[in-house]
Design a protein around this ligand. Structure first.
Ligand SMILES: C[S@@+](CC[C@H](N)C(=O)[O-])C[C@H]1O[C@@H](n2cnc3c(N)ncnc32)[C@H](O)[C@@H]1O
Length: 239
């Protein structure tokens, strides 16, 4: 997958003269192409019009349309949440009786009703803060749109799969029996083993490639439902 040049710190669609492609003469050709495509993108434009912070919001909306994973009263963790598109949708759909906890290594502007924790999901301290925010009550749903900055080299895939494994481990520790996990995965080495592990822990697993996910991207979303009671964290292995 090509690496977007100098990915913006926040993925929020932005407007204004300083962000238009023509106004950044110092950028490289490929950088200008990326910006050009970004600003013409249907979902970037819709995100701006509909008040979503990211084009990624439409991926979750499409998954929701098919799988009805979010609903009133649910307790949800949103991993890799910034700039907050998924959190915006989750908090609306769980309503006042639900709860949304979000985590990202980047800062995120507050989303009303969402508890946000900034930190690296691979490290103990942010995880401990997330756990203490959860309290004793288990989660109904874990969402993971975690993705590191891509270098475009073979080193990307193991880093991606590692985050997916951590998300699964977290889900196995904090979901109630019957709970669900939606996780972004990249097809490639480690994917089949990951899918196999998910199928061991959840009764129903389907893959989704939303229309809003770029066709050239290897990303797909795995929607795992109905966690089998007694599934233990650390259950994944790179078989
Ligand atoms: C595709 S973006 C998420 C977009 C988000 N779902 C939305 O709708 O706005 C992936 C996110 O994963 C975060 N991320 C990557 N590695 C991380 C890590 N180790 N710990 C926490 N967040 C991480 C990135 O900072 C980035 O914000």
């Amino acid at each position: 997958m090509p690496t977007p040049p100098s990915p913006p710190k926040s993925h929020a669609p932005r407007s204004g003269p300083s962000r238009t492609p023509g106004a950044v003469p110092s950028r490289t050709k490929s950088s200008r192409r990326w910006l050009d495509r970004h600003f013409k993108d249907e979902y970037v434009q819709r995100a701006q019009q509909e008040g979503y912070r990211s084009r990624a919001a439409f991926k979750l909306l499409e998954i929701q349309e098919k799988d009805h994973i979010l609903g009133p009263g649910l307790r949800v963790a949103d991993l890799g949440a910034a700039p907050g598109g998924w959190s915006q949708i989750a908090v609306r759909l769980v309503g006042e009786k639900g709860r949304v906890l979000a985590l990202d290594i980047l800062p995120m502007d507050p989303v009303p009703g969402v508890t946000f924790i900034q930190g690296d999901f691979r490290e103990g301290e942010p995880l401990a803060r997330l756990r203490s925010a959860l309290g004793d009550k288990p989660l109904d749903l874990v969402l993971s749109d975690l993705a590191p900055n891509l270098s475009g080299t073979a080193a990307d895939q193991p880093r991606l799969i590692y985050l997916c494994e951590l998300a699964l481990d977290f889900a196995l520790q904090h979901l109630r029996p019957g709970g669900g996990l939606v996780v972004k995965v990249f097809q490639g080495e480690g994917f089949d083993a990951y899918l196999k592990t998910l199928r061991r822990h959840f009764r129903r697993v389907v893959s989704r490639k939303p229309r809003s996910s770029r066709s050239e991207s290897r990303e797909i979303y795995l929607v795992a439902r109905d966690l089998i009671a007694g599934a233990k964290a650390g259950g994944f292995v790179s078989e």
